[in-house]
Design a protein around this ligand. Sequence first.
Ligand code: ADP
Length: 326
Amino acid sequence: MLDKKIARIGVLTSGGDAPGMNAAIRAVARTAAAHGIQCLGIRRGYNGLINGDVTELGPQNVAGIVTRGGTILYTARCPEFMTEAGLQKGVDSCRYLGIDGLVAIGGDGTFRGALALAAHGVPTIGVPGTIDNDIGCTHYSIGFDTACNTAIACIDKLRDTMQSHERCSVVEVMGRNAGHLAVYVGIAVGATAILVPEKEVEFETDVIEKMRSARIHGRNHSIIIVAEGVGRATDIGHRILEETGMDPRVTILGHIQRGGSPTARDRVTASRMGVYAVETLLEGRSNRVVCIRNGEMCDHDIEEALTMKRDLQESMYRTALALTSV
Ligand code: ADP
């Protein structure tokens, strides 16, 4: 519990960026202003905290950013913050700048930083932002929906040309450890096969047989969606060539999936999370991660949140299997 009144809060974005982070920053700044609290934007994640690189975020400074991808505060990794000396600099900075509470928008790494600060007496709130949607305590993380829609728009275009040339396309989507994006995108684009890191890949059954089946059923082209954690899409392409004689076109969507104007879902979720984060601090609660479960806002202890993994939803995966089986 906080034992003093909050007069000034800080907000930062850290780790990998995600569309909708700006909407969250805006919501934090506007909610702070509505309660007569000053809001400082901390630039480049925990680097900005260590270096005192901050800017005041009044309601006007965040005007017009709800539509913008990326983050106006920039984001960066900060290895120094993971050392005791770096962390101490961050804690000293909070004292010097008069930051009574911090909202940290990002993924697991960002929450580990927030937890470390909390252990040194700085009240923190984590807001989940990652296109991987793999944060365990929440059903949804900011950026996932936009990333899905960006990938879908690209793959729909690829499909047109694959269809014309009766080709196979192997498309790598982001997801080093999590296949949520691959499964959603795969279902939405009508993929022939979907490969995710959570499931062991049996190449013959999971790729080749599905391609054959698609052909037998009259489909003249194939789209294979691969989450990056499964392995290199080019290797999968080579293997398809070896086993079928078809020469697939390999596309790695890469960082394009991180950008773009956020969808309605990301703008609204990020706004709700930003408001909730500040309200939680004002209630005197801290060291929490803001979550959304079954459409309702709630919060979870940061330390416990970090032990939770968001598994691939089995029912979703079964849907993907059902739709790629013939
Ligand atoms: P994400 O938030 O997307 O998971 P990272 O894992 O890169 O991204 O973490 C972002 C930043 O959080 C790191 O560069 C570092 O500054 C901070 N951080 C991560 N782990 C810790 C830790 N154990 N202690 C302190 N800070 C950490």
